[in-house]
Design a protein around this ligand. Structure first.
Ligand code: ADP
Length: 381
C-alpha cells in the first residue's frame, strides 16, 4: 500500500509517499511559505529530477491540492490516480496524555487533538489544518495520527512530574511529555536489531541531535525518561533554543547560536571554527557536548546501567567530531570509540570497538518511514 506521510508546520508542509511493503520512498517534497507571498513547492519523484513550482498557496488545502496534482501528474507523477494512495499518516506534535500510541483519525480524535492545542499552540493547530485539508480532498482515504509525544507516555510518574504544586498537574496537566518520540522509538528498535539483541531486555540511551535535540532512556523497550518537557524547549542546548536553564534567566537568541556570539546555529560552521581554534566556536560546541554527556550519565543512573548509546539526527548522524567529543566523557562506562568507523556516514553502524563495555551506535533516523509503518499497521488491521 502507498502511504502519504504529511508533516504540517506553521507555514510549511513536508511530504513523502512511501510504499509500505517495500518501504521505498516513491516521491517526496516540501511546500514552503504557505499563505505567505512567494509560496513554492519542491517535488522529487523517485529516480527523477527535483522540480520547483512557484505558485500561490493561499491555504493548506491549496498546498495539498498541489501535492496531489504533482503525485498524479501524467509526466512526473508516481501514481495514476488518488485511489492508489491507501492511507495518509499525519505527524502530530502533541497528543497530551490522551494518546499513548498512533490512532486512526475520527471526529472524536480530532476533538481530542484540539484539546491539546494549548500544550503546543504553534504546532497542533497547523497539524489539524493539514488533516482537515486532506480529508476534504481525499474523502474516503483513511487517515492516521502519529504523535511525537506518544512513545514517551510510558515514563513513570517520578520522571514526568515537575517540582511544582501537584494541582498544576491535576488541573492543567503540567508535566514532562517529551518530543521526537517517533525518532526515539524508531532508532531504539533499530539499535536492538543492529546489536542482534532482544529489544525488551536492553537499556538504551538515544541522542537525537538535530536542530532540535533531545535524549531519551529506553529500558526494556519502554521510554523511562527524556530531556524535553512540557514543550520542546527543555533539556539539551539546541540550535537556537536554550535548553535547561534557571527559569529566572530571560533570553532570546540562545543555544549554540547565542553561545557562539551569533556565529552560527549550524554545526558544520562551528566545527570548522573549532578546528581553527575560534574561541566562540569551541565554547559553544564544548557546552553542547557537555550537556549531552551529562544527560547520558543521568539516564545511565536512571536505568542502573546502559548497554548502548545511540546517536541520530543531523548532528548525531553526520558529525564524527561531535560524537568523539561527547564520548570522551564516557570512560567510566567503558566506552572505546573505533575512530575509523566513527568517521563513516550514511548507514547504521556500531562505532565503538569490539571490547567497548558500552556500545556506541550511529543510526540514521527516519521519522517518515516510522510514520508510514504506524499508518499501514493501523489501516491494514
Ligand atoms: P531538524 O531538527 O531541523 O530536523 P536535522 O536533524 O536535519 O534538524 O539537523 C540539522 C542540523 O544538523 C544542521 O543545523 C547542522 O547543524 C547539522 N548537520 C548537518 N550535516 C552536518 C555535518 N555534516 N556535520 C555536522 N553537522 C551537520
Amino acid at each position: 500500500m502507498n502511504i502519504l506521510v504529511i508533516n504540517c508546520g506553521s507555514s510549511s508542509l513536508k511530504f513523502q509517499l512511501i510504499n509500505s511493503e517495500s518501504e521505498e520512498v516513491i516521491a517526496k517534497g516540501l511546500c514552503e511559505r504557505i499563505a505567505i507571498e512567494g509560496s513554492r513547492m519542491v517535488y522529487t519523484p523517485k529516480g527523477g529530477e527535483k522540480q520547483i513550482t512557484v505558485a500561490p498557496m493561499p491555504d493548506y488545502t491549496a498546498a495539498i491540492q498541489m501535492v496531489l496534482a504533482a503525485l498524479t501528474d501524467e509526466k512526473t507523477g508516481v501514481v495514476k490516480e488518488l485511489g492508489e494512495i491507501g492511507a495518509v499518516g499525519h505527524r502530530i506534535v502533541h497528543g497530551g496524555e490522551r494518546f499513548a500510541s498512533s490512532t486512526v483519525i475520527t471526529e472524536e480524535v480530532l476533538k481530542a487533538i484540539e484539546e491539546c492545542n494549548d500544550l503546543a499552540p504553534l504546532h497542533n493547530p497547523a497539524n489539524l489544518i493539514g488533516i482537515r485539508a486532506c480529508q476534504q480532498l481525499m474523502k474516503d482515504t483513511p487517515m492516521v495520527a502519529v504523535f511525537d509525544t506518544a512513545f514517551h507516555q510510558t515514563m513513570p510518574e517520578e520522571a514526568y512530574l515537575y517540582g511544582l504544586p501537584y494541582r498544576y498537574y491535576e488541573d492543567y496537566k503540567i508535566r514532562r511529555y517529551g518530543f521526537h518520540g517517533t525518532s526515539h522509538s524508531y532508532v531504539s528498535k533499530k539499535a536492538a536489531e543492529l546489536l542482534g539483541q532482544d529489544y525488551e531486555s536492553l537499556k538504551l540511551i538515544v541522542c537525537h541531535l538535530g536542530n532540535g535535540a533531545s535524549v531519551s532512556a529506553v529500558k526494556n523497550g519502554k521510554c523511562v525518561d527524556t530531556s524535553m518537557g512540557l514543550t520542546p524547549l527543555e533539556g539539551l542546548i539546541m540550535g537556537t533554543r536554550s535548553g535547561d536553564l534557571d527559569p529566572a534567566i530571560l533570553n532570546k537568541e540562545s543555544g549554540i547560536y547565542g553561545l557562539s556570539e551569533d556565529y552560527s546555529s549550524d554545526f558544520r560552521d562551528l566545527e570548522e571554527g573549532y578546528v581553527e581554534d575560534k574561541e566562540n566556536c569551541i565554547r559553544a560546541v564544548d557546552a553542547f557536548c557537555y550537556r549531552v554527556a551529562k544527560y547520558v550519565g543521568a539516564y545511565a543512573a536512571a536505568m542502573n546501567g546502559v548497554d548502548a548509546i545511540c546517536f541520530t539526527a543531523g548532528v548525531g548522524e553526520n558529525s564524527g567530531f561531535v560524537r568523539s567529543l561527547i564520548c570522551k566523557y564516557f570512560g567510566y562506562l567503558g566506552v572505546a570509540l573505533n575512530e575509523e568507523e566513527n568517521e563513516k556516514r550514511g548507514e547504521a553502524l556500531i562505532v565503538s570497538t569490539k571490547d567497548s563495555r558500552t556500545k556506541v551506535l550511529v543510526i540514521p533516523t527516519n521519522e517518515e518511514l516510522a510514520t508510514a509503518r504506524e499508518t499501514a499497521a493501523l489501516v491494514q488491521k
